[in-house]
Design a binder for this molecule. Structure first.
Ligand code: ATP
Ligand code: MG
Length: 705
């Protein structure tokens, strides 16, 4: 035992040790960037298992990304047997809620094979409902996006449509949103669709309204751990409190200075109320930064000092040494900035032994990456983009997913409408609308209604009208029946996905489009993207087969929840929707390959670290965003959040940091003169009177040199 303890505590400093080996109880670790919070969380999980002898399936670890959950499992697997590592419940809030809801679907009146829908689906649904209700959004000064966001915000606060409808007075805009919210809710129930926010809200309601299920979790989860606690939303915090029983504990780690998701409803105030909400909370602080050289930390410290809303003042220090000076680089325009970034990356790899994957180019908005992408591609450097256009959001991939979705959930009208005429089966909007109305009248889904229609048309005394309508859908229904029998006979997920793509006609359809559009020139070859989906299924299958066996075993032991049929396909589909765009590259892969430079939005870089970091387009109107600067008149907190974003970017760097801005750049589509970010000035100003040697940075003009 003493040996295990020593081993677990060996690579930790005194403060980290205190947190990792804390007696069982509620605990909050608040500490700055790179001080080892995530390391403490992982070590604590091990400590609980190996020293406190808590069964792995009684530990729940909530991480911010699925990628982080994977890393946690990997580290555990290296130290304990694979089965124990797999038995731990770890994942994002969304994936954990999904798992709970699937387990208890029957008890709460939900179909086991419900579909998780992404943002795109939400938009299509709102668009359709708007049309059906004869609403003109423009007249009401609204957009679909706003409606989706408002619904998301209501759900984030736990407010259902009925409550919102009761609250409206005479405001037309509010009334429209409430009407659409009610219709949206009704439609989701009818089709068994759950959006991201619904995953959390439904789980909260389930635990609140079903004491027996709540108590089951209380007896199951002895220890709940949460990383990046500062970005937990109010509803997610509520969920944690419901999951925690009288004898179980919450161990949360976070940094208020890195709260960057308040636009998604995260509430840093949760950190403040933690100690009041839970009994006997012990607080721990970590101080030493192990990630960055001191020059980088000096810049970060000066910057974050300007923030108004800080819970705890922290000054980051390291014993790693001063290191290279931070380079503040000014460029004439974004193209010369991109050329510099490319040249410097090549130099770092050639002369300084840097590996491409140890380098990151970070930016505030995804659309800023294009110039850098072009320069890297021209120089033959491999790169992968995170947080930009999501692989799974591409039209061809969405089509493929829709075909798979109707095979899992025949009530999924949204998916059906997407592909009923793709590839073209000469179906007019009118026929589809007739089918929809028929289905609605009979309280059936469109696919169910189609089945009834086909049967009716085959009967001898069928009317001409029925026959005519059925005839129109013949081709689609034939394809559907073929796919359904493929599903029932498929020996693996991979072969099913491959067959569905071929037999639905999608591959051929996109091949023809690619030929027509000369896609080979642009490199965006859509039928090849579809092929990548098959590869993705194969990877998924490999990763999950072993894990699922272990997990379902340990789960059934607790509550008898049995995995349903088609589980692999269902899990594959929800997994794809759940993987946030933040953590995927363009090919839909999560792994950071060795020879790829990382291009990512700052939001996606959370929790990560790189030897060299380039923050590009560090300009006013970009970082801080124009929105935040305008809001400044009446509210400082938007600007504070942008500053935290810059702080997160800076603190990702281990050895080298480049802060780049250009004097001309496209802002919202128009070339304009641009000023350096106000944050750059904030970092430089305190050193104005100091000699160069005492400054943590140098100012360079690479394209003027
Ligand atoms: P962030 O705020 O960015 O999420 P963090 O506080 O979670 O950062 P970690 O990512 O856990 O910090 O640690 C930062 C780096 O420091 C990692 O490379 C980690 O392995 C290393 N590290 C942490 N603690 C120690 C230690 N005691 N000795 C050596 N290295 C350490
Ligand atoms: Mg961390």
């Amino acid at each position: 035992m003493a040996q295990t303890r020593d081993f677990l505590l060996k690579q930790l400093n005194e403060r980290q040790k205190a947190a990792v080996s804390a007696p069982l109880g509620n605990a909050l670790v608040v500490a700055g960037a790179g001080t080892g919070k995530t390391r403490v969380l992982v070590s604590r999980v091990l400590w609980l298992m190996l020293v406190e002898n808590i069964e792995p399936r009684r530990i729940l670890a909530v991480t911010f990304t699925n990628k982080a959950a994977g890393e946690l499992k990997e580290r555990l697997a290296a130290l304990v047997d694979a089965r124990s590592a797999a038995a731990i419940w770890s994942g994002t809030f969304h994936s954990i809620c999904l798992r709970l809801l699937r387990s208890y679907a029957n008890q709460i009146g939900l179909k086991h094979d419900f579909t998780v829908m992404g943002r795109d689906d939400q938009h299509s649904l709102v668009k359709r409902l708007t049309k059906e209700h004869g609403i003109n959004l423009k007249d009401r000064r609204l957009t679909e996006k706003e409606v989706v966001e408002k619904i998301s915000r209501f759900k984030g606060k736990g407010q259902r449509a009925a409550e919102i409808c009761r609250q409206i007075h005479s405001d037309q805009k509010e009334e429209t949103v409430a009407t659409l919210y009610a219709a949206y809710e009704e439609e989701c129930v009818r089709q068994d669709l759950l959006d991201y926010d619904e995953l959390i809200l439904k789980t909260v309601e389930m635990l609140r309204d079903h004491p027996e299920l709540r108590e089951l979790q209380h007896s199951r989860f002895a220890e709940i751990l949460v990383d990046e606690f500062q970005d937990t939303s109010t509803l997610q915090y509520e969920l944690l409190k419901l999951l925690r029983g009288p004898d179980s504990h919450l161990f949360a780690v976070g940094d208020d200075d890195q709260s960057i998701f308040s636009w998604r409803g995260a509430a840093v105030g949760n950190m403040q109320s933690f100690a009041e909400d839970l009994p006997g909370v012990e607080r721990y602080q970590l101080s030493d930064n192990y990630r960055s050289m001191q020059n980088i930390l000096d810049m970060a410290n000066v910057l974050i000092e300007q923030n108004h809303e800080r819970i705890m003042r922290k000054v980051l220090t390291t014993s790693r040494g001063q290191g290279e000076k931070v380079q503040i680089c000014k460029f004439q325009n974004v193209s010369s900035q991109a050329r510099f970034v490319q040249g410097e990356i090549s130099r770092l790899c050639r002369d300084e032994g840097c590996k491409p994957h140890e380098i990151a180019v970070l930016y505030r908005n995804a659309n800023v990456s294009l110039e850098c992408e072009k320069a890297l591609a021209a120089a033959g450097l491999n790169y992968q983009v995170f947080g930009g256009q999501k692989f799974f959001d591409r039209a061809e991939i969405q089509d493929a997913i829709a075909y798979l979705r109707i095979l899992v959930n025949e009530r999924d009208d949204s998916a059906l409408m997407r592909i009923i005429n793709v590839p073209s089966r000469k179906l007019g909007d009118k026929s589809v609308e007739t089918l929809r109305l028929c289905a609605r009248e009979r309280s059936l889904s469109m696919l169910q209604c189609l089945g009834v229609l086909m049967q009716g048309a085959a009967e001898r005394d069928a009317g001409a009208e029925v026959k005519r309508l059925a005839h129109k859908f013949d081709s689609f229904y034939g394809v559907y029946l073929k796919l359904r029998s493929l599903r029932d006979r498929a020996c693996s997920l991979t072969s099913l996905v491959r067959d569905v793509l071929e037999q639905s006609g999608l591959i051929e359809h996109y091949k023809q489009l690619d030929d027509k559009n000369d896609a080979y020139k642009t490199g965006n070859i859509r039928h090849v993207n579809l092929q990548e989906l098959v590869n993705h299924a194969e990877r998924f299958e490999q990763e999950n087969s072993e894990l699922q066996a272990a997990v379902s075993l340990s789960d059934t032991a607790v509550d008898g929840a049995k995995p349903g049929s088609n589980d692999m396909l269902t899990a594959f589909l929800s997994g794809m929707t759940l993987r946030s765009s933040l953590e995927l590259n363009q090919e839909g892969q999560v792994l950071t390959a060795e020879d790829f430079v990382n291009l990512m939005t700052i939001h996606s870089a959370k929790g990560l670290e790189f030897k060299a970091v380039f923050v590009v387009s560090f300009n006013d109107s970009i970082l801080p965003s124009m929105y935040a600067t305008q809001k400044l008149n009446f509210n400082l907190s938007a600007l504070d959040e942008e500053r935290r974003l810059a702080y997160v970017a800076i603190t990702r760097a281990q050895d080298r940091l480049y802060l780049c801005y250009s004097e001309r750049m496209p802002i919202y589509g128009q070339w304009q003169d641009a000023s350096p970010s106000a944050f750059l000035r904030e970092m430089i100003d305190p050193y104005r009177r100091k000699p160069d040697k005492d400054r943590p940075f140098v100012i360079r003009l690479p394209d003027y040199e």
